[in-house]
Ligand binder design. Structure first.
Ligand code: 7TS
Length: 414
């Protein structure tokens, strides 16, 4: 499949793994540039799901019969695979959730509601996704804690002096996005972790846009919590990951109660199962969990360094093309190591939604809107942005198609 010995990706071989990329609308082939919303799925992942239902389907952790044992082993082993992928020490630290949003809520409810109170501070950044911003804002309201936001500069980078000011002895939680889904900024999460720990606070890193695109090691970052979604890295929807340091997860109360998360139940009281099952109440997303491990195998085999390089090249190329036009405003830092593989932009005089609709006529799929970052868009002074986001199967020629379609859109609105 999908790799060559060289430094670059064999994009043609990769594309052959993704049946949806063959779709045509009219006589135009799909150009899928909405990967930050969700990525497409390779045959290997699609097969993992259908093979599971054809051959293994049973509930986990409860049957002694052969199918249940096989399903349980595959589901549990998927946790080990994910642990290895992000540098966690083992399955105890990997809780399967529905998505990044649920991972964030799990910690906010199970830790935040119990630990936060008046006088405590939660530090976020101005570029947080609503998954983190709304969650901590609401938990803070319920507990009497305050929320403060680390400022961004003109280029969309964090003001680290402001971070050092805001993170102080009152701080209990620093919750930061690793890679911005709008600005493409890669935040210095290791430095922020040090600032948090120097002040006896925890750090939660939202890795929804980083894990799919670059090598990530949660222990090297020294994150206390880390979250991402399977569907943004070639995996299925309905499965996400919460990483937590084992000792912290041990100390936390469960978020959801019910079957599977208990050890002993009487009419009066209950005790909790071992990690990570303590946080996985009820029948989990078994097929999705197993297919997530397949997705991790798939992208890991291609190589995360190569994926990062490929996306950087595409983003750089898109930025170069956009620079040729005076009426295109690009958001976020200049091309380079600290920028991820997406570009948010606006064309003067054309609303991002109109742009996206016109591009759709060219079978080019991008996203337009506030990308679940309304306060950030307010700060940028725009109601919406258009966003092209790249993945392993995208090519420079697809970016050329995007640029041509933009040119036509511009003429339509001239
Ligand atoms: N955090 C970041 C940085 C994200 O980009 C997203 C999704 C989430 C959290 C939430 O992920 P979920 O899987 O729980 O929904 N971002 C986007 C986006 O940019 N376009 O569509 C979804």
């Amino acid at each position: 499949m999908a790799t060559t010995e060289s430094d670059s990706l064999d994009v043609e071989a990769i594309r052959a793994d993704f049946p949806i990329l063959e779709r045509e609308f009219g006589d135009q082939q799909l150009v899928y540039l909405d990967n930050a919303a969700t990525t497409q799925k390779p045959e290997q992942v699609i097969d993992a799901i259908s093979d599971y239902y054809r051959e293994t389907n049973a509930n986990v952790h409860r049957g002694l019969h052969q199918l249940s044992q096989e399903a349980s082993i595959a589901y549990e082993t998927a946790h080990d695979r994910v642990a290895e992928f992000i540098g966690a020490s083992g399955r105890e630290e990997i809780v399967f959730t529905k998505n990044t949003t649920e991972s964030m809520n799990l910690v906010a409810y199970a830790w935040g509601l119990n630990e936060l109170g008046p006088g405590d501070e939660v530090v976020l950044t101005e570029m947080e996704h609503h998954a983190s911003l709304v969650t901590w804002q609401q938990i803070a309201k319920r507990t009497g804690a305050d929320v403060n936001y680390i400022r961004i500069d003109e280029d969309g980078r964090l003001d680290m002096d402001h971070a050092a000011e805001l993170i102080n002895e009152n701080t209990e939680m620093v919750s930061v996005v690793h890679a911005s889904n709008v600005l493409a900024t890669i935040n210095p999460v290791g430095e922020l972790a040090d600032l948090a720990h120097d002040n006896d606070a925890y750090i939660f890193v939202d890795g929804a846009q980083s894990v799919p695109n670059r090598p990530v090691d949660v222990e090297a970052i020294d994150a206390d919590f880390f979250a991402f979604s399977g569907h943004k890295l070639c995996g299925p929807t309905g499965i996400g990951v919460l990483y937590g340091k084992q000792q912290i997860l041990e100390e936390m109360q469960p978020y959801l109660y019910g079957g599977d998360m208990i050890t002993k139940v009487t009419y009066e009281d209950s005790t909790w199962n071992e990690l990570p099952w303590k946080f996985e109440a009820g029948t989990p997303a078994i097929a999705q969990g197993i297919a997530l491990a397949e997705a991790v195998d798939y992208i890991d085999e291609i190589g995360m360094e190569k994926i990062q390089r490929h996306e950087n090249e595409l983003a750089q190329y898109a930025l170069e093309q956009f620079e040729k036009f005076d009426d295109i405003e690009v958001f976020g830092p200049p091309a380079g190591e600290h920028r991820g593989g997406l570009v948010s932009f606006n064309v003067e005089g054309v609303h991002a939604h109109d742009l996206s609709e016109i591009l759709n006529d060219y079978a080019v799929a991008i996203r337009a809107g506030d990308h679940c970052t309304q306060p950030l868009h307010d700060k940028l002074g725009v109601a919406a942005t258009a966003r092209a986001s790249f993945y392993i199967y995208n090519t420079k020629s697809e970016i050329d198609t995007l640029v041509e379609a933009l040119d036509d859109a511009r003429q339509l609105f001239a």
